[in-house]
Every structure is written in structure tokens, then in C-alpha cells.
Ligand binder design. Structure first.
Ligand code: TXE
Length: 499
């Protein structure tokens, strides 16, 4: 096992209005390392009073120095922040792996990549332009401005803690908003270290506030607080629905990035030596704990047996182990309830008659017995009526579904309440161009899978959510348009007629 030195501090603190604070109640909760199964950090357990203090701080900061700062100056602070994150990337990655058990290689890649978001959106800050409208009223000058919304409540999950927060914070801050961010109760540690860099970069006090606590205790207050203008949420669809309903009471703007049951489709004409690792990376990378997991492999019947055989052989070689070890390929599940949920779904799949091809249980290796592992698992001959084909497992469980032709592949892929992503493996260029139009998904990868970038929009169709993160248009999710009318003609208004 790789060394896991204790944190320098016994108890961590939250960031509220530029102050490092304990919860008003003085309570803490334990954060667990999913590989050792042991608590390794004490995190403040925020209550409603802490939410109120954070929103108040963000609200004051929105009306203060941050608001009067030029967009270029805002962008420069974000660029400084990006440099600091780049310097700290390795430390942040280790914190993330210890807190959520995801592979160090993946967390390193994410933490090194995060600065690009702050550079890109920081650079965009002073390129948001209004318009001059050629208005149809003589002597009137009409122009538009794009203005920030106010306080943004960012609520994020445990699977990619800093990356998914970055997708919200970078555009929200570039647009001139202030933020109250609550990371998941299962992965709050890296957020509190990330928070130190906001201070160092020179963000005015209260522009970024980080509170830690349980969703069921403080989530509702974050969403319904009268001074919160917008809620940006990533998480499960059941919670997303609750957040949307709660936000409706205050008519707040909402973006939701929810679950998926993404189809990764292999046609007989695919380059199988690329498609097989593509299928594996779609589901077993991140131990299946990713919203874009390609959890349904749709395989054309003429190559079905061949693909299944190769897939099982390939996945069998995956090294399960300590996520801090760069050679490990499959890490533990982040939380104990999530492991139970994954094992329950494996049981359901068996009961429904799916053919178990691989895995299906907790690994027997004693060296990793303390960790919250589930073996990479595959089910064959899955049919659309099975729950394993319809519901998000969020674990290393692949459902393999045969299809005859293009029409059937599209019908199966689209037969889902979700529509986050889809993958497509084919050497037929026409099909590679034709099919993305037919697939009901916000992201389609052809001959690749699971790529994201600060430059390209990310978000769901159907019940995978709405609003887009990443890419230039994401900043408009955090802006509102104002129309300004000026009578430049010195005319005297007719009092009782609309102009
Ligand atoms: O997520 P939640 P959980 C799926 C996955 C998983 C299921 C539940 O299938 O099994 O969701 O996981 C906060 N008001 N995904 O319980 O509840 C919570 O504190 C406001 C998919 O961990 O969605 C956390 O910060 N906020 C997914 C955030 O919501 C509330 C990623 C997400 O937690 C709240 C994670 C409330 N009432 C899980 N209750 C993806 N698609 O990426 C909780 N929260």
C-alpha cells in the first residue's frame, strides 16, 4: 500500500466571506478514504446558519469591489488562480484520490487540466459584448448589456470533485457572479485546499465561499435562499428533480447535469482493436462512477460473440488495487452506500435473467479487503426491458446488448429516459456522419469515448438535464441581458400612449 501521511490539520475549515470558519454549531463529520475504509479527515458540518452566512457574504461581495472591477481585471485574477492550481496540481490530485478513491492517474490528469478552464473563461471575461439595436423609433438609442446574475449556488458530486466544480465556478466568476459552493459530503477535502488558492490569487473576500455539509441538511436552504439567483447542480437525477422543484418556488435559474445510461455502439465494420479498449474505458475507467459512463455496449450481432470474447479477455486483465498506485486500473467505489447500490443492481440483473460474463462480486484479494471494491462486471444478452438496461448504476457494470442494423441500434440507444452521451464505432464515414444526427444525446463521440474539453459544450438531452457547461456558450448560463433605451432626440413624450 502506498503511504498515506495524515493531514497537517486535525480539523479542516470552511471559507465564508474570506474567513476560515468552523460550522456555527461547532460540529464536524468524518471523510473516509475508500481504499482503507478509514476516516482520514474531519470536515465542518455546516448548518443552515452557515449557508445564510455564506450567501450573505457572497451577496455583499457581489455588490462590492467585484462588481466595480473591470472584466479584464477579473480575468487576470482568474489567470493567476490558474497558475496556482497548476503549481498545486499534484497535491490536489492526491487529496482527491484519498477522498474519493478514484485513480491517481485520472485525478492528476483532471487537476492538471483544470487551469485551462480558468484561463479560457478568464480570457472570455472581457469579450462579452452587448449589441446596438437598430431600433425602429426615431431619435432613440437602444443597446444591450450582459450582466451577471448575482449569487450562484454550486452543488457538486463526489466523482470528479474539483473538475465538476470548475465547470461551474470558472464561467460563473468570469461573468462577474459570486459563488457559494457545496462539494459532496463524500469528497469535501480537496475543495477546502482549492479554496486557499482563491485567496492567494487575489479574489476579493466573499466572491468564492465554500461550505461543507450534507445535502439533506443544507441543500434545500442553498437552493431556496432568497438571495441565491441561480443554482448550478451536478448529481443524481432524483436529487436533481428535488433541486429543480425547490428552485421553482423562488423562480431561480437552474442548470442540471444529471445521470446517464449512455450507449457505446459497435458496428461490425468498426476497428475492433480500438473499439474494445473504447468500451472498457467507457465503463471501467473511474470504476463506472461517471455520468458519461458508456454503461450500455450495443454490439452488432454479426460480431457479438467475437466482441464479447475479446471484451471479457481484455477486462480480465484490469489491475484492481490501490488508487494511489499509478499502475492500478480499477479503484474502489467512493462510498459504502454506492457499493451497496452497485451490488444490488448486480443481483437485480441476475434475477432478471441477464447472463453474467465477468465479475459480479467483491474481490477476494485480501490485500485490498479494507477497500470498497466491486469487480468489473459484465452482463450479456441484456434486453431493453431489464432494469440494468434502463437505470443508472454508477459503478463498474456493463450491459451488453445485441442489435441487427443501424435502425435497431438507434432505436435501442434512444430508448432511455436519459440522453447525456453516446459513442459510435464504425469505419463507414457515412454512418459516422449520419448517426450523430439520429442519437438523442448531448454529446456523441465517433471512434472515441469520454473526451471533454473547456472548449466544447457538455450537457444532456432529455432527463440528463439542461443547460450547458464548457465551451464559449457556457458563460451565457451565468449572464442576463439588459436592454437600455435612451432618447437622444429631446422629444416630449405623449403622456397617454405607449411609445
Ligand atoms: O448524489 P446526489 P449521491 C448518481 C449515482 C448515485 C446517485 C446518488 O447514481 O448513486 O446519484 O448519489 C447534494 N438539495 N450520481 O447521493 O444526492 C449532495 O450533498 C440540494 C450521478 O451522492 O445527487 C451533493 O453535493 N443538494 C452523478 C450533490 O447534491 C443536495 C454524480 C450530489 O449528490 C440535496 C453523483 C438536496 N436535497 C451521483 N441532497 C453524475 N451524474 O455525475 C443532496 N444534495
Amino acid at each position: 500500500m502506498i503511504q498515506r501521511p495524515p493531514l497537517a490539520e486535525d480539523k479542516l475549515a470552511m471559507l465564508i466571506g474570506g474567513r476560515w470558519a468552523a460550522a456555527a454549531s461547532g460540529e464536524y463529520f468524518e471523510s473516509f478514504d475508500p481504499f482503507t475504509g478509514k476516516a482520514w479527515a474531519l470536515v465542518p458540518r455546516a448548518g443552515v446558519a452557515d449557508v445564510d452566512a455564506a450567501v450573505e457574504a457572497a451577496s455583499q461581495a457581489f455588490r462590492g469591489e467585484w462588481r466595480s472591477m473591470t472584466a479584464s481585471a477579473r480575468g487576470q485574477i482568474m489567470a493567476r488562480f490558474a497558475d496556482l492550481v497548476a503549481e498545486e496540481a499534484e497535491n490536489l490530485a492526491v487529496l482527491e484520490t484519498r477522498d474519493n478513491g478514484k485513480l491517481i492517474n485520472e485525478m492528476r490528469m483532471q487537476c492538471k487540466y483544470i487551469p485551462q478552464w480558468f484561463r479560457f473563461f478568464g480570457g472570455l471575461a472581457d469579450k462579452i459584448e452587448g449589441r446596438v439595436i437598430p431600433i425602429d423609433k426615431p431619435g432613440v438609442f437602444n443597446y444591450t448589456k450582459l450582466e451577471p446574475l448575482g449569487v450562484v449556488a454550486a452543488i457538486t458530486p463526489w466523482n470528479s470533485p474539483l473538475m465538476l466544480a470548475t465547470w461551474k465556478l470558472a464561467p460563473a466568476l468570469a461573468a462577474g457572479n459570486t459563488v457559494v459552493w457545496k462539494p459532496s459530503e463524500f469528497s469535501s477535502v480537496s475543495a477546502l485546499f482549492f479554496g486557499r488558492l482563491f485567496e492567494k490569487a487575489g479574489f476579493p473576500k466573499g466572491v468564492v465561499n465554500i461550505i461543507t455539509g450534507f445535502g439533506h441538511e443544507i441543500g434545500d436552504r442553498m437552493v431556496t435562499h432568497p438571495r441565491v439567483a441561480k443554482v448550478a447542480f451536478t448529481g443524481g437525477d432524483a436529487t436533481g428533480r428535488r433541486v429543480y422543484q425547490a428552485a421553482a418556488g423562488g423562480l431561480k435559474k437552474v442548470t442540471l447535469e444529471l445521470g446517464g445510461k449512455s450507449a457505446n455502439i459497435v458496428f461490425a465494420d468498426a476497428k475492433l482493436e480500438a473499439a474494445i479498449p473504447g468500451l472498457v474505458s467507457g465503463i471501467f475507467a473511474a470504476t463506472g462512477q461517471t455520468c458519461i459512463a458508456g454503461s450500455r455496449a450495443l454490439v452488432q450481432r454479426s460480431v457479438y460473440d467475437q466482441v464479447v470474447e475479446k471484451l471479457v479477455a481484455f477486462a480480465k486483465t484490469a489491475r484492481i488495487g490501490d488508487p494511489l498506485d499509478p499502475d492500478t486500473q480499477v479503484g474502489p467505489i467512493t462510498t459504502l452506500p454506492q457499493r451497496k447500490k452497485v451490488l444490488d443492481y448486480i443481483g437485480i440483473a441476475r434475477d432478471e435473467g441477464a447472463l453474467q460474463l465477468l465479475g459480479g462480486k467483491v474481490p477476494e484479494d485480501k490485500a485490498i479487503a479494507d477497500g470498497w471494491f466491486v469487480e468489473p462486471t459484465m452482463f450479456g444478452n441484456v434486453s431493453q426491458s431489464m432494469r440494468i438496461a434502463q437505470e443508472e448504476v454508477f459503478g463498474p457494470v456493463l450491459s451488453i446488448i445485441p442489435f441487427e442494423d443501424e435502425d435497431e441500434a438507434v432505436a435501442i440507444a434512444n430508448d432511455s429516459i436519459y440522453g447525456l452521451a453516446a459513442g459510435l464505432w464504425t469505419q463507414d464515414i457515412g454512418r459516422g456522419i449520419r448517426l450523430p444526427d439520429r442519437l438523442e444525446a448531448g454529446i456523441v463521440w465517433v471512434n472515441m469515448y469520454r473526451a471533454t474539453s473547456y472548449l466544447s459544450p457538455f450537457g444532456g438531452y432529455k432527463q440528463s438535464g439542461f443547460g450547458r457547461e464548457n465551451g464559449r456558450t457556457a458563460i451565457y448560463e451565468y449572464l442576463q441581458e439588459k436592454s437600455v433605451w435612451i432618447d437622444a432626440g429631446n422629444s416630449i413624450p405623449a403622456p397617454f400612449v405607449q411609445r
